[in-house]
Every structure is written in C-alpha cells, then in structure tokens.
Ligand binder design. Structure first.
Ligand SMILES: Cc1cc2nc3c(=O)[nH]c(=O)nc-3n(C[C@H](O)[C@H](O)[C@H](O)COP(=O)(O)OP(=O)(O)OC[C@H]3O[C@@H](n4cnc5c(N)ncnc54)[C@H](O)[C@@H]3O)c2cc1C
Length: 472
C-alpha cells in the first residue's frame, strides 16, 4: 500500500486540484494535512480578516473531506518538522502540494523540497491556482508581462483553456494521531467584530461554487455594464475564494464559457479580470519595493518621508475609520471594515485619496488593506496600490488623481452605495452628496464630519510635488 501526504495551503478545495488529483491517482492512501506555520510567511502573515476566512475555510474543507470519510489533519509549527513527523507516523514516502508564487513562499517551498528529498521523500509540486504558470507566458522579448491587456491577449491566443479536473477521491483517506481542531489555531478574533463578514460570506469550496453560479446566471451579459457600479453585485466577489484556492480560474472560465454558449454567444470577455492575478505573479519582486526606478525616487519623496514605517501616521486614522468627510471615500472604508471587502472602483478612489490628496506612502494603505481585506493577496494588493500611486510596473499616469465627487456622481448616480454605508446621510438627496462641497451645512447637520482636506488644493499640491522632482 503506498501512502502520500497532501499538503494543503492556498488550495483549499477537492475539485480541480492537480496536486491532490495526482496523489489520489498514484497512491492508495492519502493523508490530507494543513500546517499552520505563520513564521514561514515572514512579513506577510495573514491579517485579521484573512485569518477569519482561513478558519472557516479549513472547517469547510474538513467537512467536505468528512463526506468521503476523511478528515483534514491540522498541525501547527515548523512545516518541515511537522511533515517529517507525519511521514514517519503514516509511512508516507511522497508529499504533494500546489505551488505558491510569492517570493517568500517560493524560497520556503524550495528549502522544504530540498530537505524532504534529502530525507528520501518524493516531492511533487503542481500548478496551483493560476490558469498558466507565470514562466510560460512572456513578451516577444522574453520578459514577464507588466501590462494587463497584452498579457490577456496572449493568454486568449492560447485558448482553449484547460478543462477543470473532477472532485478528487482517494481510495482511502488516512488519519493520523494528534491532529488539532481548527479552533486551536486561534484564527478568530478575540473581540468578535466579524458579524458583518459572517453575514456576507460563506468561505469554502461550496460557498465559492454557489457565488460563481449566481454570478454566471446574472452577469454573463451584464458584467461590462455593471462592473463599475459599487451599489450593484455586478462583479463576481470571488476574490477571497480565489485567494484561498477554493475555486480556480479554470473552473470559472469553464462555467462562464458554458453559460455564454447556452446564451447563444461564445464570449469569454467576462473572464478577463480573473486572469489578472496571473499578471501579478509575473512581477514577484514588487511586494514592498516600488517598481520603476524613476517612480521609486518620486514616490519616496512625493508621498511620504516615513517610507517603510509600519505604524500609519495619525492623519490616516480618519481614513481607516471612514471619517474623512468625503462621502465615497468613507463609504468604501466602512464597507471594508464591515464586510472585509471593497468594490474595485472604490478601492481605486480611496487609494488615490490616501496617496495623493493626503500624500501618504502607499505602504500605509497596503498594510491596512492587508489586515482588513478577506481577499488580501500580496500580488494583487501590491500592484493595485502601486498602480494607483503611479509607481507600479505598468503605465498608470502618476498625475491621475481620482475626484471622489465625480466618481460617485458617475458610478453611483442615485447614491445607493453612499447611503448604504453612510446611513446618517440617507435622508439627503443624491445630488447633495455628489456635490457635498457646495452643501457643507446639510452634511454637518447630519453629524457628518467636514472634509479633512480640500480636494482641489491637495490635488494641486500633489501634482506640484511630483513636478518638482527630477524625471530620471
Ligand atoms: C488599491 C487596490 C488594492 C487591491 N487589493 C487586492 C487584493 O488584496 N486582493 C485582490 O484579490 N484584489 C485586489 N485588488 C483588485 C480588485 O479590486 C479585486 O480583485 C476585485 O475588487 C475583487 O472583486 P471581484 O472578485 O468581484 O472581481 P471581478 O471583477 O469579479 O474579477 C474576478 C477576479 O479577477 C481578479 N481581478 C479583478 N480585478 C482585478 C484587478 N484590478 N487587479 C487584480 N486582479 C483583479 C480577482 O482575482 C477577482 O476576484 C486591489 C485593487 C486596488 C485598486
């Protein structure tokens, strides 16, 4: 009887899981394992919202396994030590896992692989949560893609996409002694601020599938129109499920393709953003540094003198709490706090406000997002912040400063999003909110704070600071 250990990390699913599938095909007995090893995440251990998600996702995976008479073995501590002990106890001579793509994770997994192989244990790493491995897609010059559109064009040229693998079934799921309950990992907050997240999300493979079905029913013909409207569920909201590997881009693409064909078209346009995180993985050095040399120099000087400081300066606490006095910024920050998620357009607006109007370093915003987003993802978060701050790998114009009033008038015309998250302003007409600078007393009468900064003046100051810098 051959035995293999399958190490789950950010691939918390049984379907379309190439590593698990390969292990189940090649071995009689499978020991499914999750090792909680925060030290291995270095600077980027999961934040509070991600830990909440992880707790529920691990429970969901355990429940799914229990439907096949298996249990997820949960351990905590150094990954190598735990795997060595489990291999010795179970007789496993092979270990399988899905690849991860962040710089620290690659270094960790390479060392793990070398140590296990030195012990005489086979290690099989498989494609994880990406449609294509990052190193299989390059520009004509052989460089990683930095801009999404040409990357997406090249990817589409390689369609048809792979077919999703079925739910893996082991001949026998093995259990080892000494496994911990999920609760022992202490992932839930001590003070229970998570009610809003619990009301909104169902972490786990089944929750991901349900959300995908809803999105596919509603959005195949409507995504292009509604994806920018924060009041609508016009986007998939699959980002946390994708981050934790509860669903894959391949599964999403396959279902959307099927629905589009049933609807009489053959469009795959809806899937394009789903592949964006592959572009992130193509820029593995960007997590804390700024991508372009010229922009690095400018962002360092123009944004903040406090580059690299972990503690945000005091003026950003109003931004964090949704008390800036700028309605769209505050609505977004409160949505983030209550649900662990924020609409993409609003992420751009609040990030622009912090980095340009308040001239804080993008690190401060990225760190806050890291702690509060359920979909906090090193590649997507870093590249998102750098793009808005104008110092990323792609060609975002640094001089673009989002105007929150124009953005809300355009993308939330009836102010449904603003009123949902700023209930104290719900009685005011939409126009009053979109033109709040003309109506300060109306907003003040509702107990809403005055703007912490003048948008026009702070925009001019930011642009002047940029212009004063050397361009090379
Ligand atoms: C400042 C800033 C920070 C961000 N931080 C994160 C983060 O930590 N984690 C994260 O997953 N996304 C991040 N994004 C990207 C984007 O906002 C989210 O992916 C998107 O809002 C998720 O919603 P959705 O699943 O409904 O997206 P959909 O529109 O349904 O797209 C499906 C999937 O495609 C990917 N995607 C969509 N838009 C983008 C984008 N602009 N950049 C990269 N991937 C994208 C995501 O995986 C997403 O789940 C950030 C954007 C900005 C501007």
């Amino acid at each position: 009887m051959s035995t293999a250990l399958v190490l789950f990390r950010r691939d918390l699913r049984l379907a379309d899981n190439p590593a698990l599938h390969a292990a189940c095909s090649a071995h009689d007995r499978i020991l499914p394992v999750y090792v909680h090893d925060p030290a291995a995440d270095g600077d980027w251990a999961p934040g509070a919202a991600s830990r909440w998600w992880l707790h529920h996702s691990l429970r969901a995976l355990d429940q799914t396994l229990s439907c096949q008479d298996g249990r997820l073995h949960i351990a905590t501590g150094d990954t190598l030590t735990c795997i060595r002990q489990l291999c010795a106890a179970s007789g496993a001579r092979a270990v399988y896992w899905s690849r991860r793509y962040e710089p620290a994770a690659i270094a960790h997994d390479s060392a793990l692989k070398a140590a296990l192989r030195a012990d005489g244990i086979e290690v099989h790493s498989h494609s994880g949560n990406l449609w294509r491995e990052p190193w299989t897609l390059a520009t004509d010059g052989g460089q990683p893609y930095r801009v999404f559109t040409p990357f997406w064009r090249r990817l589409r040229a390689q369609l048809p996409a792979p077919t999703p693998l079925p739910i893996a079934r082991a001949r026998q799921w093995l259990q080892a002694d000494g496994g911990l309950p999920v609760a022992a990992l202490g992932l839930l907050p001590a003070i229970r601020w998570d009610a809003g997240m619990a009301a909104q999300w169902t972490p786990g493979e089944a929750g991901a599938r349900e959300l995908l079905e809803i999105f596919a029913d509603d959005a195949v013909n409507d995504y292009a129109k509604s994806r920018d409207l924060p009041a609508r569920h016009g986007t998939s909201r699959l980002s946390p499920h994708l981050h934790f590997g509860e669903i894959t881009p391949v599964q999403i693409h396959a279902l959307l393709q099927q629905r589009a064909q049933q609807a009489g078209g053959a469009s795959v346009r809806t899937s394009s953003p789903i592949c964006a995180n592959s572009a992130g993985a193509n820029s593995p050095t960007t997590c804390s540094t700024t991508s372009r040399t010229r922009r690095r120099r400018t962002s360092t000087r123009a944004s903040m003198p406090s580059l690299g400081r972990r503690t945000p300066p005091p003026c950003s606490s109003r931004w964090q709490r949704g008390r800036t006095g700028i309605p769209l910024v505050d609505a977004g920050m409160r949505e983030l706090w209550h649900t662990g998620w924020m609409h993409n357009r609003v992420r751009m607006v609040v990030a622009s406000f912090l980095t340009k109007n308040l001239r804080q370093h993008w690190h401060h915003g990225a760190r806050w997002f890291w702690d509060t987003l359920v979909d906090a993802d090193l590649a997507n978060n870093t590249l998102g912040w750098q793009w808005v701050a104008g110092c990323g790998a792609d060609a975002a114009p640094y001089f673009r400063v989002f105007n929150p009033y124009l953005q809300s008038a355009k993308f939330d015309p009836d102010a449904a999003y603003l009123k949902r998250w700023l209930p104290e302003l719900a009685a005011l007409p939409a126009r009053t909110l979109h033109e709040a600078w003309k109506n300060p007393s109306a907003l003040a009468a509702c107990g809403y704070p005055a703007p912490m900064v003048d948008l026009a003046a702070s925009r001019q100051a930011a642009l002047a600071a940029w212009e004063s810098l050397p361009s090379a």
